[in-house]
Design a protein around this ligand. Structure first.
Ligand code: ZN
Length: 397
């Protein structure tokens, strides 16, 4: 029941920029991954919003093994779709919709393990250019790497996808005049990350923007592996970054300035074919990784503080992220109790009526007797009567 409510409510949140409304619309698709997608999609969202050129919506799929038929993102409403998804197959209708979106000129960002996904979906593999794991082999296409200033397409049989231990490595730009890379240092030290290697795929209409040397001392291939590249699919533009692993530990790879700048610029290029973002004064360099501290998931304190000013018609982002955190807490009693206390605190505060009404819905399924007094108070107020009654009824059921 819980999941149904939230999955039904899923998805649309529009982020507003304080000064001028950004013109480009990005959709992050996530919800299943062998990585920590709960953290990564929020990090990606922050990175894109901070570029000042994107509004961001998030589409979260049902969990692994769950019914997928309600999952049908409206790709064509967006300038770019950012894939942070590695999981169950989409329904044919969704696959067709995505293929049409890209073929007709839609932009795509393939982020890290998204290139593990959908090994059997032919069009998808053409879009990502290269992928790894899940049975990929010589039938998927060549290994692609960089040697003597050119691209090697190597049809040697063998599995696709590997990486050595996580480590810092230098990213070398190969198309320095490409709009995504123009003006950036041509080499920079990336923070601790997995260096995806031995990827294979159709590799058609593909331009390698940057490579990194996979050092055998770190379990690497001894080759320069492609880490940033673009692919053309129909009229669509795809920017593929294999960088940015996010696991349970601090997301250092996704906090690296080089990762962030190339993602922001790559997303804009995929959306429009050009890059208008100005370069910051501080750029990454080759001496040491340049780690930006701010791209982390929101803390619960921050989410609840920011949610309190929500007004109907403005961004539901923070409220939506709260609902999602509740879903991810997976009915853990201690976490549910904490969410309930936090919501009660907001209901007792000067938060907006719209915020309170929204949170009554979350409270309706996690609330206990502790929530009844404040809900009874809100029931006495015309502006909050309906949602408070709804919550009370469900708590008392
Ligand atoms: Zn990874």
């Amino acid at each position: 029941m819980i999941k149904q409510i939230l999955i039904g409510a899923v998805l649309s949140l529009v982020l507003f920029n304080s000064c001028q409304e950004p013109e480009l619309k990005a959709l992050i698709v996530t919800g299943q991954n062998n990585h920590n997608w709960e953290a990564s999609h929020e990090i990606l969202s922050r990175i894109l919003v901070n570029s000042q050129v994107f509004n961001v919506d998030i589409a979260i799929s049902p969990g692994q093994g769950e019914e997928m038929s309600d999952f049908n993102p409206e790709f064509e409403k967006y300038d770019v779709v950012v894939l942070d998804y590695n999981g169950d197959a989409w329904d044919d209708v969704v696959k067709n919709r995505f293929e049409n979106y890209v073929a007709n000129g839609g932009g795509v960002v393939v982020y890290h393990a998204a290139d593990n996904s959908f090994p059997k979906w032919e069009a998808y593999n053409k879009m990502i250019g290269l992928g790894g794991w899940y049975g990929r082999n010589e039938a998927s296409g060549p290994y692609v790497y960089w040697r003597n200033d050119s691209i090697i397409r190597d049809m040697t049989p063998g599995p696709g996808g590997s990486h050595g231990q996580q480590h810092e490595f230098v990213v070398h730009h190969r198309e320095t005049d490409h709009p995504i890379l123009r003006g950036l240092p041509t080499r920079w030290m990336h923070s601790r990350d997995e260096l995806y290697s031995k990827l294979r795929g159709p590799a058609e209409n593909m331009t390698v923007l940057a490579t990194a040397y996979a050092d055998p001392k770190k379990g690497g291939t001894g080759r320069h592996e492609p880490v940033l590249f673009t692919v053309k699919y129909g009229k669509g533009r795809i920017f593929h970054t294999v960088l940015g692993h996010v696991g349970k530990e601090a997301p250092l790879a996704a906090q690296c300035a080089g990762f962030i700048l190339t993602l922001q610029r790559g997303a804009e290029w995929a959306a429009t074919g050009s890059v208008t973002q100005e370069l910051p004064a501080d750029l990454p360099n080759v001496a040491a990784p340049f780690i930006l501290p701010s791209y982390k998931p929101y803390s619960l304190d921050e989410l609840f503080r920011r949610a309190q000013t929500f007004k109907q018609g403005s961004s539901r982002k923070y409220l939506y992220l709260i609902s999602n955190r509740i879903r991810l807490a997976n009915e853990d009693p201690a976490k549910m109790k904490d969410f309930e206390s936090r919501i009660i605190e907001v209901l007792e505060s000067n938060a907006t009526v719209d915020c309170k009404n929204y949170l009554c819905r979350d409270l309706s399924w996690i609330g206990s007797d502790a929530a009844i007094p404040i809900l009874e108070q809100l029931q006495a107020n015309d502006a909050t009567k309906d949602m408070a009654s709804f919550a009370l009824q469900r708590i008392r059921e």
